[in-house]
Design a protein around this ligand. Structure first.
Ligand code: GAP
Length: 492
């Protein structure tokens, strides 16, 4: 399996992702997206928006600010609870995230252990600093929120924060949306945008960064609603690998289960099951292989301060099964807190029960960068027979959709004609350099699903050759039919 370092080298070489400000030595935990990366990222974000917002009647979008008042983060509990455990080497002064350190050295899972418990494990096992073999001091909590000073004054009120999750801007705007949008329960509010966390130890390329992007949906339901009318065969019959809390306690492997099994065991509510299934399906519908995905139930100790039940979708990376999506039952926690701290009622009038109620929330939360990493890692195939990498990205999100090539440079003019007619509909790349085999290989490496070649016969029969990236099969297609042919192949 390709290591995460090899994947980052590939992404840089092909223009997907670069270390940020590399000419000045770069900064740990910050990355910039290059020409191909930004196309792929935009495509995955629009796929998400289309699936979870614009094709639904019950979800609306917002775009909130990156910097917000400390009061929001006090109310949400982030200033008090949004922490990781840090240990510092007494000799070289290097900081380490305590749970990562213990997991790396002892190969055990320490999810949810507090500073005291982690300190004890480090001392009992005499774990030394990996950098200088020095001793570690006591473990302590470290808050991940980034403070920002507003203006020239330095008072408590002039300290704002870069948002640690996009979700809070949704809660802060929820009343505006209810008042301006005539929404009826159940309904959702979604947002795509940056989030910032002062991670102690950013690592594994895009996986753990200090600045990243989230795609979050807060779905508001009546707290006492046990039934989800949207739950049907598509979700109930969905089968996936599942690691329950019980399995983790008993150190068992994951099992294959259906959503209906989780409901029968009472592990989650119907609304939670619906959104968990829809979230999982977004990944598989973009081509991520089911055997590389699993759902893991959070054990009690690791639940976030706002959640009563959380299920992660995990991907099997070269560095282990890791969270790429979190699906939490936040209940009434956030609205209750904002009601208390702002002094403004967060209740809304429910037409069905003809009463004022404080909704409960189910939250499907996606990381754009982790989805990006998953899609590239899963698409990457080292094809020994072809002698090149084939990036089998779904045609729905491939950064370049069609490669257009003249067989020889003499055919440039005719090829440009074809290229110009296609680029209004598809993202196309014109490539005339090197042998045709080399051009196919280059197209494979950046995941172009279809390549169109103009040859000498084209001048007489007005047909081109279309090559399929995954099968390498070639078909002759009339130029007049080409747009329709490709549209069908893209499944639009
Ligand atoms: N609103 C809930 C929330 O923020 P989370 O599990 O902390 O929950 C949600 O984050 C998603 O955001 C994760 O599943 C992951 O995809 C992404 N994410 C979190 N921290 C990240 C980081 N440091 N770098 C990149 N992505 C991150």
């Amino acid at each position: 399996m390709l290591t995460i370092e090899e994947l980052s080298v590939f992404c840089k070489k092909k223009g997907f992702v670069f270390p940020s400000t590399e000419i000045y030595g770069g900064m740990t935990g910050f990355f910039d997206y290059g020409p191909l990366g930004v196309e792929l990222k935009n495509n995955l974000k629009s796929s998400w928006w289309k699936t979870f917002v614009s094709t639904r009647e019950d979800v609306q979008g917002i775009d909130g600010t990156n910097i917000s008042s400390g009061k929001i983060w006090e109310a949400s509990g982030h200033l008090a609870n949004f922490t990781d455990v840090l240990v510092q080497c007494k000799k070289c002064g290097k900081n380490q995230r305590a749970d990562n350190l213990v997991e790396d050295v002892l190969k055990i899972n320490v999810d949810g252990l507090n500073a005291e418990a982690l300190s004890k494990i480090i001392q009992d096992n005499t774990i030394k600093c990996p950098e200088c073999k020095g001793e570690f001091g006591e473990a302590k909590n470290f808050n991940l929120m980034f403070p920002v000073q507003l203006g020239a004054e330095t008072t408590k009120d002039s300290t704002a924060f870069l948002r640690g999750e996009t979700a809070q801007l949704i809660f802060a705007n929820y009343k505006n949306i209810v008042d301006s949008g005539r929404v009826k329960l159940p309904f959702g509010i979604a947002q795509i945008g940056k989030a910032f966390r002062n991670e102690i130890a950013p690592r594994n390329f895009l996986f753990r960064q200090r600045e990243f992007e989230q795609m979050e949906l807060e779905f508001f339901v009546r707290p006492e609603d046990k039934k989800c009318p949207l739950l049907e065969k598509r979700q109930l019959e969905l089968e996936f690998l599942f690691l329950s809390e019980k399995d983790q306690d008993a150190k068992q492997e994951h099992n294959k289960v259906k959503v209906s099994d989780l409901l029968a065991q009472g592990l989650l509510t119907e609304w939670h099951a619906y959104w968990l299934a829809e979230s999982y399906l977004w990944f598989t519908e973009l081509g991520v292989r089911k055997e590389h995905l699993r759902i893991r139930q959070h054990i009690k100790k690791e639940l976030s301060h706002y959640s009563s039940a959380t299920f992660d979708v995990e991907y099997k990376f070269a560095f282990g099964w890791k969270e790429i999506h979190g699906n939490a039952n936040r209940g009434q926690f956030d609205l209750t807190q904002h009601q208390k701290f702002s002094g403004k009622s967060m209740e809304i009038f429910d037409e069905e029960t003809k009463s004022k109620i404080l909704p409960a929330v189910i939250e499907p939360s996606f990381g754009v960068d982790r989805a990006f990493l998953t899609l590239i890692a899963d698409a990457y195939h080292d094809d020994k027979e072809r002698g090149n990498i084939v990036l089998k990205l779904s045609p729905k999100i491939a950064p370049v959709q069609v490669g257009v090539f003249p067989l020889v440079n003499k055919l440039d003019e005719k090829t440009r004609e074809v290229f110009n007619s296609l680029r209004k509909e598809f993202v196309c790349q014109f490539d005339r350099s090197g042998s045709i085999g080399r051009r196919y290989a280059r197209a494979d490496e950046i995941g172009i699903p279809f390549c169109v070649t103009v040859d000498f016969d084209t001048l007489n029969d007005h047909c081109v050759t279309v090559r399929d990236r995954d099968t390498t099969k070639q078909e002759r297609v009339r130029i007049v039919d080409l747009k329709q042919y490709l549209t069908l192949r893209f499944g639009y």
